[in-house]
Design a protein around this ligand. Sequence first.
Ligand code: NAD
Ligand code: FES
Length: 283
Amino acid sequence: MHRVVHRRQLSPNVTLLEVEAARIAQIRRPGQFVIVRLGGNAERIPLTIADAHPAAGTITLVIQAVGKSTRELVALQPGQAIQDIAGPLGHPTEQIDAGHAVCVGGGVGTAVVHPIAQGLHRKGVNVTSIIGGRSREWVIFEPELRALGDVIVCTDDGSYGRKGFVTDALKDLLTTVGADIVYAVGPVPMMRAVANLTRPLQVRTIVSLNPVMVDGTGMCGGCRVSVGAETRFACVDGPEFDGHLVDFDELMDRLGTYREFEQRAAQCADGPCRIGLAAPTAA
Ligand code: NAD
Ligand code: FES
């Protein structure tokens, strides 16, 4: 069992949980993730390790409450526990050793960008973070990223920082200061837009993908993505890939496969579920 030792609300639907996971805290590296299962029959949820505290034996998980399982997870209070945490899984982030890295985080994806920026900062790389949210209350991890380098905050409505998408700020930065590498994590349209900006400039761009995952071991095929001419599995080959080669349209299609089921599960969590659904078509 993994006890919750700290809980903090980061934005209206994003919650930080610091949980006991001593072995994972010791060996995890930036970019890696865990799969958590709240109880015996609970859904398996992949979550990036946003931070780790080896001395305390804890890891930090950041969860966006979007469906039944994530809502149950964020309802946990200090002292309560998660039954299983498997990891660390996936490949660590490909890091440069010197130069200027730009880390772009959209919404809850900013929590995934944080350990990447942390790893780069530790190596002495100059890090600029561009982080965005719909409005001020959706901007997360700003103080943590400011401790690692320059931060440009963007909000869609202009309520805080610069008005507009993170890609607007990235475009300006690329044409003025430039970058040796760009890391982008957030909604798929954001990562696609980042890749489209950096491709003609030939700036290496790493994106962290979040396809549907089941086993996390490369066996089920749920997390299949197309990268260049190859089929890859995000859980064992990723979760980070060359953004210039990812088939983002296919990723969006596959992410939508179970949307109706996810919405129904969320509704059923609030009361009796009376309406059945046909099985989804294979993707
Ligand atoms: P959101 O929709 O509120 O967007 C956050 C920011 O991303 C915006 O403020 C904007 O700056 C930027 N953005 C959004 N759409 C854009 C576009 N078309 N072009 C350029 N920039 C754009 O984000 P949210 O609700 O916090 O994030 C939810 C999404 O992030 C979910 O789809 C979730 O699955 C995904 N996510 C991805 C990862 C990952 O590892 N890739 C991790 C966590 C969450
Ligand atoms: Fe099953 Fe990746 S989650 S193959």
